[in-house]
Design a protein around this ligand. Structure first.
Ligand code: NAD
Ligand code: LMR
Length: 337
């Protein structure tokens, strides 16, 4: 069953500088949830991205203050903050919408579903109304369910474009590179690992065999590394001891993905990174959202790469991922239906 998708090797994501601005165009970006633990540092990082022309910061609390603060940074972009009743104004003319709105977890990501599902649905409805062409980047958890919720909401409004919707799994990719570098005594630019599947526990499938240095990690060290990548979020939740989940590394990852998307939208070729998108790879098993390496281009998703060659251990990880991912996706769809 899996061999069909293992036919072709993945092209490794480029180890580009954090903010690359090789193209001339610039873009208006909105952050929905800009007052939060992720939203604030993410807004700051986006203010530093030369590809962002204008930054629109929205939250039900505190966005005008964050905007005033961030707007003093001496980069070219304009920044405006919007209060709780100004969502539609915040979305006017926006090309990219990044959504870190919602509560962080105390236990499992799935526990967040009840609160975050309606937040994300309502924000997606506003995007459908005001900025139907926008590219939507979903950070809010549980990503495996919130992305299908956004898709179904846009679909209901008749504006869903699968090329324009992305679940942000970049933090898993960032962690995999960092942790593999630690294990091998290398640096993260040499340990970029494709991470496929979804964004929670067993649905996070790192493909260490597709990275030269990753191949050399075996036995107990391999098991420990995979576990750390799959449950890296728990490490932060525990260390923060009730104060929330990853915010700073997530802001970094969110800004990194946004920069990759903007580079693709601006015509740069060969921008490839994993992201959770509407995908045909496992659609015949009822799993129509999946993360693999995706080439980003002028209109968002340009090309969805196959899974690529898997080791026996990775075949087993993928087999464990699929049923859980399917349940998460169905839960999201059922919420909107
Ligand atoms: P936080 O509580 O610090 O911030 C969330 C912000 O969302 C708050 O400022 C809140 O006012 C705002 N908000 C709530 N409802 C809103 C609405 N309807 N419209 C606009 N804003 C609204 O939480 P956080 O730590 O920033 O985490 C945010 C989300 O990101 C959580 O769901 C968390 O699980 C998720 N997350 C995802 C990843 C990932 O890899 N995709 C990583 C870390 C965290
Ligand atoms: C993460 O991976 O750090 C985030 O999804 C936050 C969490 O709940 O663990």
């Amino acid at each position: 069953m899996l061999s069909r998708v293992t036919a072709r090797a993945l092209s490794a994501p480029s180890a580009a500088r954090f903010f690359s601005a090789s193209a001339a165009h610039q873009t208006k970006v909105a952050v929905l949830g800009a007052g939060g633990g992720i939203g604030q540092p993410l807004s700051l990082l986006l203010k530093s991205d030369p590809l962002v022309t204008s930054l629109s910061l929205y939250d039900i609390r505190g966005a005008p203050g964050v905007a005033a603060d961030v707007s003093h940074v001496d980069t070219a972009s304009e920044v405006k903050g919007y209060a709780a009743d100004q969502l539609d104004q915040a979305l006017e003319g926006v090309k990219v919408v990044v959504i870190p709105a919602g509560v962080p977890r105390k236990m499992t990501r799935d526990d967040l579903f009840n609160t975050n599902a309606s937040i994300v649905r309502d924000l997606a409805a506003a995007v459908a109304r005001v900025a139907p062409e926008a590219h939507v980047l979903v950070i809010s958890n549980p990503v495996n369910s919130t992305v299908p919720i956004v898709a179904a909401t846009l679909e209901k409004a008749g504006v869903f474009n699968p090329r324009h919707l992305f679940g942000i799994t970049t933090l898993d990719v960032v962690r995999a590179a960092r942790f593999l570098a630690g294990v091998t005594g290398s640096t993260p630019d040499k340990t970029v690992v494709p991470v496929i599947g979804g964004h929670s526990g067993a649905t996070i499938v790192p493909l260490l065999s597709q990275t030269p240095l990753g191949k050399g990690v075996t036995g107990e060290a391999y098991k420990a590394l995979v576990n750390r990548i799959q449950f890296g979020g728990d490490e932060v939740v525990k260390a923060k001891d009730g104060a929330g989940s990853a915010t700073l590394s997530m802001a970094y990852a969110g800004a990194k993905f946004t920069n990759s998307l903007l580079r693709g939208l601006n015509g740069e070729k060969g921008v490839v990174t994993p992201t959770f998108v509407k995908s045909p790879l496992f659609a015949d098993q009822g799993i129509d959202f999946f993360s693999t390496n995706v080439e980003l281009g002028l209109d968002g998703v340009e090309k969805i790469h196959p899974v690529g060659p898997l080791s026996a251990e990775e075949e087993a990880l993928l087999a464990a991922c699929l049923p859980e991912l399917k349940k998460n996706i169905e839960k999201g769809k059922a919420f909107v239906a």
